[in-house]
Write a protein that binds this ligand. Sequence first.
Ligand SMILES: [Zn+2]
Ligand SMILES: [Zn+2]
Length: 192
Amino acid sequence: MVSVVAKKSSGQVVIEFKSLRYHDETYNIGDIVMISEHYDDTSFGTLVRVWRKKDKTDPMARIRWFYKPADVFPEKFGFLSQFELFDSDHEQDISVMSLYGKATVLSFEEYHALDEVDEDVYFSRAKYFVNDNSIRPPLEEWQRVCVCNEILNPDLMYVECDKCRKFHHPKCVGVEGKEDEPWVCFKCVINS
Ligand SMILES: [Zn+2]
Ligand SMILES: [Zn+2]
């Protein structure tokens, strides 16, 4: 571990670390880490701080949790992706022994622009605020698609209009099974 400074906080000398070497992995402040918890397979968080009290040997990792859709929404809405995470304002000190690797969490734009997605790449398009149980930006401001005006779920297949480039559900515009063919949406047809 790389020790940075020892500083006094609330009467106790605390040692801060810039990075942490643990189980063949180097964790830096700001990294997104995978955390094992006994009640869940994998949780995710941003490493905010690694520190320990001077008189104790075990370092602690301060994590800003990513919330999963099931933690935020009462039901499994169709617009929620299985690779969706919500950054949050919830920080917690945990044992560094719970860390077991790093993960990638992209912005929604970065994620949606990918042609192929690795299994362990996630995205976050909103932040969850624990105290007032809200997400920002709110759902009303999330990117919407199709004639049905549903929120974009990057897990789903869409057809793209050759003119306006907007995404549509194949089922909603009657082109199921013809997703690879050139297609222009109804709005663009009547406007041309
Ligand atoms: Zn639709
Ligand atoms: Zn169009």
